[in-house]
Design a binder for this molecule. Structure first.
Ligand SMILES: Nc1ncnc2c1ncn2[C@@H]1O[C@H](COP(=O)(O)OP(=O)(O)OP(=O)(O)O)[C@@H](O)[C@H]1O
Ligand SMILES: [Mg+2]
Length: 253
């Protein structure tokens, strides 16, 4: 079963937009999908129509051993996706985890037995390489890296891939690159084209064929608590995320 961390320490590159809409697309394709919100900002939680500060339990309590997985999961009211929600409390869980003996594998332990319940697990990571991200990379068998096609995109990638290597060598030898995903792509922009081509040159087949275009409907959907498929199924953004779900379903990483 794919357990995918959607991660890039660079902020605002489309991690949350990708996690939410890929999860919704896979759900629409009939897959049982769990989205885990690893970011205290809770954007994926609210983006799927869940009031992040009103949930009974969140990832925070699960990581501290105070609740079971079943107690913490909420069904999105809008998309066919289950969610392990998060909010600002998650910062305290991260601090508490620092003192735990196997602090990088707290999430992995908490997810024991999940294979029988879901076909896909997607984790929306925060924009840093902190202990929460490390927990996601330890629990994952693949990392999906959204890359915004702009000048500084390649710079942070070397650091991120270095982290993936050290995670492989220490806590998680199974961690594969599920793909680099070009996001917010504007085909009329020469710089975006150049960066997209550079990515292909450096990373070859690790770059996914699906490209996510810049589409204002993708930016509007979260304020309605909806994925792009409920908000505007006919948009270019919806078509792109559906194509991504199909590509990842075919691809063995
Ligand atoms: N393809 C797109 N077209 C237009 N706007 C987009 C697209 N993808 C993302 N956005 C917008 O860009 C902003 C950043 O996207 P998003 O929140 O998904 O990035 P992120 O990597 O999760 O950010 P953070 O690092 O803060 O968690 C948001 O306002 C989002 O609505
Ligand atoms: Mg985000």
């Amino acid at each position: 079963m794919p357990i995918i961390a959607v991660s890039n320490q660079k902020g605002g590159v489309g991690k949350t937009t990708t996690t939410v809409n890929l999860a919704a697309a896979l759900g629409m394709l009939g897959k049982r999908v769990l989205l885990i919100d690893m970011d205290p900002q809770g954007n994926a939680t609210t983006g799927l129509g869940i009031a992040k500060d009103d949930v009974d339990y969140s990832l925070t309590e699960l990581l501290q051993g105070q609740t079971t997985l079943a107690q913490s999961i909420v069904r999105s009211p809008t998309a066919p996706v289950d969610v392990l929600p998060s909010n600002g409390d998650l910062v305290s869980a991260e601090v508490a985890m620092m003192a735990m003996p196997h602090r990088e594998s707290v999430l992995k332990q908490a997810l024991t037995g999940i294979e029988t319940q879901y076909d896909w697990v997607l984790m929306d990571c925060p924009p840093s390489l902190n202990l929460l991200t490390l927990n996601a990379l330890t629990a994952a068998n693949g990392i999906l890296v959204p890359v915004q096609c702009e000048y500084y995109a390649l710079e942070g990638l070397a650091a991120l891939l270095g982290t993936v290597d050290s995670v492989r060598q220490t806590v998680n030898p199974q961690l594969a690159i599920a793909g680099l995903l070009r996001t917010m792509y504007d085909k009329r922009n020469k710089l975006a084209q150049d960066v997209a081509n550079e990515l292909l040159k450096h990373f070859g087949p690790q770059v996914l064929a699906s490209v996510i275009p810049r589409n204002v409907r993708l930016a509007e959907a979260p304020s309605f608590g909806q994925s792009i498929f409920e908000f505007d199924a006919n948009s270019t953004g919806a078509a792109a995320y559906l194509a991504l779900a199909q590509e990842l379903s075919r691809r063995r990483f």
